[in-house]
Design a protein around this ligand. Structure first.
Ligand SMILES: Cc1ncc(COP(=O)(O)O)c(C=O)c1O
Length: 352
């Protein structure tokens, strides 16, 4: 009997299906109208997330992009400038929202390693001068997506924070995959988040919820964030059905991340000796593997299509770079298929 093989989907950790426990919790969630007078399941998730991140409160929102954009809008006024890591999601993949939604100007710093230096930051802070925009916010990302899931070291975050604090500028962390950094380093989320006035955390990436992010912070920021969420239409009604899946993601999702990281390690080490594929095992720190396509191999889009023909999906990060992301719904069997497909691609191209 012929069995249909599931697609081995390594495009992103966003592709995970809700677990049976999540589906059950969603169906049974106690809900209310969160806009009118509150939803108990949303309130429970917000409390849990705020405590985990070490902040006074949190808002449940539909996506990581909206969490970041609410933070930008809440910390700033039109005409302000924000300093953002050069390859961060906020400036690369949010469709120009800082300008389009909030009238902000963006200054970018740092390189593909995902960090920025405190010295460079000092050099771009604006003086209090009528001709200049005000530097109103500094944004970092943890783990860093375009850097291949790398962790920005705590010492580097703290050096940036010292400059920001000295200048009286708040910091926002796009912590979409903060949980991966927590699991990999053993440093708790509260410590990672302490230097930041606000933090966004995606429940729907490696943690495995179908939908949702939280945005955490304190006092006046939270009040303003509620207003910006309202303006963006991100306040949801009986959202407790989604929040219950988010609660399970936070309570139980971290346990799987170590396996995701181990699978990424095994993939990168297996690819290290495949001629034509360029990998750097020492840079694989969490659940992503970046693969450069050397001379003789097709460009990323063509490679993606050929791999798809073998039932394997990966994504492109630049014209000659593939991104492989491990997550709860792929394991050693899917990794074997991925490796076989990549080896075949490299072999066929070498043979001309
Ligand atoms: C670092 C980072 N921040 C934010 C987001 C946005 O999340 P969403 O797709 O939920 O808007 C992503 C999505 O991939 C991301 O990688």
């Amino acid at each position: 009997m012929q069995t249909t093989q599931r697609i081995a989907d390594f495009r992103s950790d966003t592709v995970t299906q809700p677990t049976p426990a999540m589906r059950q919790a969603m169906a049974q969630a106690e809900v209310g109208d969160d806009v009118l007078d509150g939803d108990p399941s949303v309130a429970r998730l917000e409390r849990l997330a705020a405590d985990w991140l070490g902040k006074e409160g949190a808002l449940f929102v539909p996506s990581g992009t909206m969490a970041n954009q609410i933070a930008l809008g809440a910390h700033t006024r039109p005409g302000d400038e924000i300093v953002v890591q050069r390859f961060a999601h906020v400036t690369t993949f949010e469709a120009g929202s800082a300008g389009a939604l909030h009238g902000l100007q963006t200054m970018t710093l740092g390189g593909l390693e995902g960090s920025m230096s405190a010295e460079d930051l000092v050099g771009v802070l604006r003086p209090n001068f009528i001709h200049c925009p005000k530097t109103a916010l500094i944004c970092m990302e943890q783990t860093h997506n375009m850097a291949g899931g790398r962790i920005v070291p705590l010492a580097s975050v703290e050096a940036i924070a010292e400059v920001a604090q000295g200048a009286g500028i708040p910091m926002h962390l796009d912590g979409a995959r903060l949980a991966n950094a927590v699991v990999r380093t053993g440093i708790d989320a509260r410590t990672w988040c302490r230097p930041f006035a606000s933090v966004s955390l995606c429940l729907s990436k490696g943690l495995g919820a179908p939908v949702g992010s939280v945005l955490a912070g304190h006092g006046a920021f939270l009040e303003r964030a509620r207003l910006v969420r309202k303006r963006l239409g991100g306040w949801m009604r009986q959202a407790g059905h989604l929040a219950e899946a988010g609660r399970l993601a936070l309570e139980e999702g971290l346990a799987h991340l170590e396996q995701d990281h181990a699978l990424a390690q095994s993939i990168v080490h297996s690819l290290a000796d495949v001629a034509g594929l360029e990998v750097e095992p020492e840079l694989v720190e969490t659940n992503m593997v970046m693969v450069g396509l050397g001379p003789g191999l097709p460009a990323a889009q063509a490679a993606i299509e050929r791999l798809a023909g073998a039932g394997v999906r990966v994504s492109g990060m630049g014209p000659r770079r593939l991104r492989i992301v491990t997550h709860r719904d792929v394991g050693p069997l899917e990794a074997e298929r991925l490796l076989a497909a990549l080896r075949a691609l490299a072999r066929e191209c070498a043979a001309g």
